[in-house]
Design a protein around this ligand. Sequence first.
Ligand code: ADP
Ligand code: MG
Length: 723
Amino acid sequence: MNIIKRRDVLKQIAERMPVEVSPGKSLYEIWAVDVFDLAKMKNVLPKHIFKYLENTLEAGVPLEKGVADEIATAMRNWAISQGAKYYSHVFHPLTGATAEKHDGFISINREGEIITEFSSKQLIQGEPDASSFPNGGIRSTFEARGYTAWDVTSPAYLMETANGKTLCIPTAFISWTGEALDKKTPLLRSNVAINRSASRVLKLLGHSETANINTSAGPEQEYFLVDSAFAAARPDLLLAGRTLFGRPSAKGQEFADHYFGAIPERVQIFMHDVEEKLYSLGIPAKTHHNEVAPGQFEIAPLYENSNTASDHQQLIMTVLKSVAKKHRFMCLLHEKPFKGVNGSGKHVNWSIRSSILGNLLDPGGTPQANMQFLLFCGAVIRGVHKYGALLRAEVASAGNDHRLGANEAPPAVMSIFLGAQLTDVFERIKTGALKDSEKQSVINIGVDTLPPLPKDPGDRNRTSPFAFTGNRFEFRAVGASQSISDSLVAINTIVADSLDWIADKLEAYISSGKKLEDACTDVLKEIVDKHGAVIFNGNGYSEEWLEEAERRGLRNLKSCAEALPVLKEKEIISLFERQKTITPVELAARYEISAELYIKTIDVEARLVLEIAKTQILPSVIAYLAEQVKYFEALDKFSLDRSNINFVSEKIKELQSEVAKLENDFGKVHGSSTDSIEEHLKFYSQTILADMNAVRAVADALEGEVAKEYWPLPSYMDMLFVR
Ligand code: ADP
Ligand code: MG
């Protein structure tokens, strides 16, 4: 990337014409055209079959073979009529990626003619083998088969490439022994847990009909766009998704001029193209805007039930990346692609709802509804306090380590923001003020002393990892590249567990003769007494909070090396076992896979640092120095200031020695095979990362001194500001 090439690239970018996108069709024309949704099924399935399917969706009745056959046939006919030649079971293995195995509809009959075949067997179950996916020891490779099973609750859809369409069937991925090898299965189980425990509480509160209770999720996805001509010249972006070198540009995000600013036209066209695609897939993309950092943007769909939201979230990431290519951008979903400007997260908005009772985290208009709301809020407070470390562990990844606990959007300490008003209500429950004031019981809690809770608590706190935002909680610690499923499973599980605890308590109080209202107040009081320490409405980024959190006994797990081993703690294993969401064997596998992913990620990064430093930066800066020395000799009589070349020569020596240190330490870890996972994690997070940063610090200093035409990588200015 010398100056001539850079000029070429800039010219190329300046001359780019907006990519042609299909002329704006109306929303009605494109909405869900590529989805085999309930509306389409209703049209083509016999009435009794459709009824049966609805029953399965609502009450979880297993599908009979005959019914599945009818659906499979209808699905195939629809897909083929839309031009599909292939079908694929799509699943989400534990790597967090999206996996697919494609098969053709084609079959040949005895006469040698083409027929299309797709039976319920193929719809319901697939055997992708897929033995190369990490499974944390669940499957030994000689018996490596896993199978995929159709998730009836998530609709099939068509994915289109330039020359063909594929029918994609959302599936769970399970081992022959029944263990979950994917991210979907535990999510489905965790919704079952929520349904069971929430129904218990609601029944005690007097609801005879609750319908199926499910969780909702609305994820906000942040991402960066870099022109692909620059991205292609950055091996670190191509292979690691983040810059491992790069001096901050003279201007960053200090003016906040990008945040919610006018969206550049090229990006606007890209966003509309993304949304058009998402609409056709039945994904309700709702908002998009510029984010804080230059080159950073956000997309958020409307919330959906958490299983669908999770499938759709994976699709959103896929679509962002593929449509970006078409528009000659590289879409970066990494948590921290650029040093010195904001990283990217994925805020997961979460609530619990039933079709009959609505959103259970919505403060209601009646006293009874408010008591119910407070109990559900209380369940969240208790859960996050008891199992905050688990939430932290579920978002632990090499990429997210650069955000959490690194002076940037949410700290690694898990606390809850409730807002002043709701905090006050819980404060009064604690001191007994609600009970003491005027008449007894529920009426007090509702009408007399509980102020009507506004939908939006007004004060928005951006620094809290877990914030109540009026009728839902927003978990902000999730990383931009992560599947939202792990977090949803953890939240659902801890809340289900707390709801069970609440139900147990209420049952005991009531059977000992307590009035329901008093029982509820007592349960709430116990929650605030024991778990109120997790509530924090102040600035989560401040040093004082970290000290205060420590006094309150809240754990501060700064890196993966500290956070991941939480998955091995006894209380966590029994929590998941009790709620039947993740078995001990599955949890052990999950821990191993996450740890392995962390180590492999840093492996790749360390190799890249060595390679870029040795084969790009060092040769360039040495050439620059040699050239300068020649000039200075020729110009000797002018006695020019030589501080620049002295500095560069010193830094070159430093760079060589830092590279040697990294190489040496990296060699150590690969020489030994006996160390435990924990020791490996520690060594990588403490030694290898520190070595990498030391190499970078010297290289970045050099970037500020060496002539641009010699610098081998596109700069931060190029990547963040040119589009
Ligand atoms: P913010 O102000 O935090 O940027 P947005 O309105 O952009 O909020 O996005 C918030 C997300 O929360 C959207 O996906 C929205 O659909 C979702 N959301 C709204 N209400 C709920 C709810 N009750 N449960 C879960 N998610 C919700
Ligand atoms: Mg938000």
